[in-house]
Design a protein around this ligand. Sequence first.
Ligand code: P6P
Length: 331
Amino acid sequence: MMEKIQTIERFIFDQQPETAHGEFTNLLYDIALVAKLIAHKTNRAGLVDILGRAGAVNIQGEIQQKLDVFADEMIVRICDHSGRLCVMASEEREEIIPIPAKYKKGSYVLVFDPLDGSSNIDVNVSIGTIFGIYRCTDWDLRGRLEDVLQPPRDLVAAGYILFGASTLMVYSTGQGVHGFTLDLELGEFLLSHQDMCLPEPPAFYSTNHAYFQRWSPGVQNYTRWLQGQGDMDAPTLSSRYIGSLVADFHRNLLRGGVFYYPAEHDKPNGKIRLLYEAGPLAFLIHQAGGYASDGFRSILDIVPTDLHQRVPLFIGNESLVRKAESFIRQD
Ligand code: P6P
């Protein structure tokens, strides 16, 4: 039971450094507002004609779900004129999203996946928004691609919003990971998970076993190890995979575990996006005492070269992720 009732706005304000002048703090407020708006629409997804297909095909070549479109547009419409940002980038848009010249430019960059796991919308499985915040690399110029293509280690904040049985907003500004649950009656996010840390020993491993034959021998041997086969130091884990990255990540953050979406024979970079999925989650897991890797090196150190580049992802308890790297080195 949390002993104090604290809104996310109060918590953000209390965490800001003395020297802050509010721009960054207000950007986090904006994201909390976005979360409430998307939650409102998502919670009613089954009640209004917002399910089904929007018809448009997004950069990912997938059929865009209407909630995808709504979430993407909400984030842009709330953040593009607030004066906090110099540029944005979204999974749903091929190019960077400049701040219109009529609006004041800010000092930060927002990258986001507006609604990850959208294929789960129509079957009422939890879905999520993932975001990351960088500083603009050149304070004088309006936002450019160079401002977006920064390594995740340079993030100043990252987080996600989980739309499930309840709506949670989890974020870090480099001072630990904290979770807030939306009280629908108050319309407020209240502190519910302070200083989230990966527990030991881990409880789960999360991957799509249907792709086992597509993986390298090292990843196949790693999977066998996770299942308790082989040497004595194998962990005792249960398998959980819901096919929605934010939901799988959040459960593993609370209970301990590893999520992996490895490279495949015909998909050498796997499926997960570096800029607005793996990068922000790697920042968070690092803050929670864990580690994220592409199988060879820390996700935090990978410099993006393309907005939508994919990366193999192993993320969770450091001992489990390092073990994946050791199996892959044997390939
Ligand atoms: P698969 C959803 O489309 C997503 O990007 C992630 O949320 C999820 O972890 C993954 O794809 C599921 O992919 O190939 O196992 O269905």
